[in-house]
Design a protein around this ligand. Sequence first.
Ligand code: DX5
Ligand code: ZN
Length: 217
Amino acid sequence: MANILSPSILAADFKILGKQIGEADKAGAQYLHIDVMDGVFVPSISFGLPVIRSIRSATDRVFDVHLMIVDPIRYIKDFVDAGADIITFHLEAAKDPMAVIDEIHKYGKKAGLSIKPQTKAEALLPYLGKADMILVMTVEPGFGGQKLIPSTLEKVKRVRSLLAERGFDTDIQVDGGITIGNLKEVIGCGANVIVAGSSIFNGDITTNTASFLEIMG
Ligand code: DX5
Ligand code: ZN
């Protein structure tokens, strides 16, 4: 299964956001990770629909939108209209996760389902084979620049084996604290969609992206 890099613009310099997105795109990053925070599901507020609409013309790369918002079903159509290709929501934030997956599929988009570090892999069982991507958070959602929580890597392995036992080769995304130093280990645990914010946008974006892609093979 292909490894995919999804730079998180949360760590970008917003006064030159379009330019920085162009750099990550040109350097070969396949996705763009877009963190939407509502100040309720997580303490922070990041950015929302107008920003996504505006950057849609900056790249043809896949818009991988990570919704850290309560009751996400209310906004699926809006994020589709703004240009999202993959919409990931939190299991902990949805009253009826299956209904959210169906709502995303209704618009022909890919549905990602995410769990926080304290949520067990088994909570995903009813949705395996239904969600197109599983996002195992490797930090508590809400802030960039945190350290990866080691116990979450065991969970990545567990999710990969729960999927394999059922014959699914679903993408597993990891998000939070991924660096050049732990990337190999993270991939070895079964993750194949790699989110990286500070490791890509702090310093030279082209060089950082190339270093990630080289390790990812
Ligand atoms: C955290 C966000 C992440 C964040 C990752 O809640 O979901 O996508 O941008 O940032 P780094 O890679 O700096 O940990
Ligand atoms: Zn994210």
